[in-house]
Design a protein around this ligand. Structure first.
Ligand code: DAH
Length: 341
């Protein structure tokens, strides 16, 4: 038996070290030391020997098994090295230009960003330039200079986020009007897009949202110019839609109006329409002619200059444009909602 074992050992050794690839090596492992392998067969035969012989041969067989396991391991390392050498030397057909095994998902612009970009692009075409102002503002720019009296509800701590009076988070983009007028002389034709903050949270209000402010100041501007600009904007954003100007009040404009757009759902008929609550109109922003007190606060002569301003909520426009009914869904970061844009 010992001879048989020695022969087996020599044969296995030479076969293992000439195995050409990992698959062949694995077949040898199964053949020699697998559950139904040659070595296991020999171990089974031990039961026919005398106890003394059995112990002796058992020890020999176990040593052979350990040896073969070492051989297999060594050859496995060698084969890995051979494959790697081949790849490095360029001899293996490794194509580094093949696509990877998983795709990288392409992102897309947030619907609010898209609408903001659209509005900016449209207004730039008719001569508006973009200006910005700080989100952390002073009461002076957010209220005082905008003719907003001390007892105005927006000035209440409950409505506006104060950091440390007079420092606050701007509650609208209108303070950029003041900053722009202070730093420039007419003619002025600017838009100010950006984030604004209010202490609000429900279906149609979030503590942070986006507005775009428009301001034009020159010597002979009238309400007709304001209407022309807003008509152009809405026509380019939504296609042909009539606008309606409803008398309203803002401290920094006189006269003031709220702008309504013909409902995109019922096309203005108002028939059983939930979107416009059957009025046929959708509110899209506020506007008006710049109040003389605002001009005075920035050192402009109100008898010489006239101007108009408007402010719109971007989320509101995005909701109308894409038929989104819950404002909060813009900020929940749910990829199933966002990847539709
Ligand atoms: N700032 C106003 C708001 O947040 C919106 C607004 C109204 C802006 C009239 C204007 C304007 O420029 O003329 O409610």
């Amino acid at each position: 038996m010992i001879e048989q074992i020695n022969q087996l050992r020599a044969e296995a050794h030479s076969q293992i070290f000439s195995a050409p690839d990992p698959e062949a090596l694995d077949r040898l492992r199964v053949h020699y030391i697998g559950k139904k392998g040659v070595l296991t067969g020999l171990l089974h035969q031990l039961k026919d020997l005398t106890p003394e012989k059995r112990r002796e041969m058992g020890a020999v067989l176990n040593e052979v098994k350990t040896n073969l396991e070492q051989d297999l391991k060594q050859r496995q390392t060698e084969l890995k090295r051979i494959v790697l050498d081949k790849e490095i030397s360029g001899a293996s057909p490794l194509d580094v230009t093949l696509p990877g095994s998983y795709a990288i998902n392409a992102g897309s612009l947030h619907p609010v960003t898209r609408v903001m970009n659209d509005v900016v692009q449209i207004l730039k075409r008719i001569g508006f330039s973009v200006v910005t102002g700080p989100e952390i503002e002073l009461e002076f720019y957010n209220f005082e200079a905008l003719n907003t009296p001390e007892d105005h509800p927006a000035r209440d701590m409950q409505d506006t986020f104060y950091i440390n009076p007079p420092v606050l988070l701007r509650s609208h983009t209108s303070p950029v009007q003041i900053r722009t007028m202070k730093e420039n002389r007419p003619p002025i034709q600017v838009i100010a897009p950006g984030k604004v903050y209010r202490s609000d949270y429900d279906l149609t209000h979030t503590p942070m949202f986006h507005q775009i402010e428009g301001l034009m100041v020159d010597e002979h501007l009238s309400l007709a110019d304001l209407k022309g600009v807003l008509n152009y904007l809405i026509k380019n954003l939504f296609g042909t839609r009539s606008l309606r100007f409803r008398p309203s009040f803002f401290p920094f404009t006189e006269p003031s109006a709220e702008v309504d757009m013909q409902c995109i759902q019922c096309k203005g008929s108002g028939k059983d329409c939930r979107l416009c609550k059957s009025t046929g109109w959708l509110e899209i922003g506020g506007c008006g002619m710049v109040h003389p007190n605002v001009f005075k606060s920035v050192g402009y002569d109100p008898d010489r200059y006239s101007g108009f301003a408007f402010g719109m909520g971007i989320e509101r426009i995005a909701m109308l444009k894409y038929g989104i009914d819950d404002l909060r869904s813009f900020f929940e970061n749910d990829i199933r909602m966002l990847e539709q844009f």
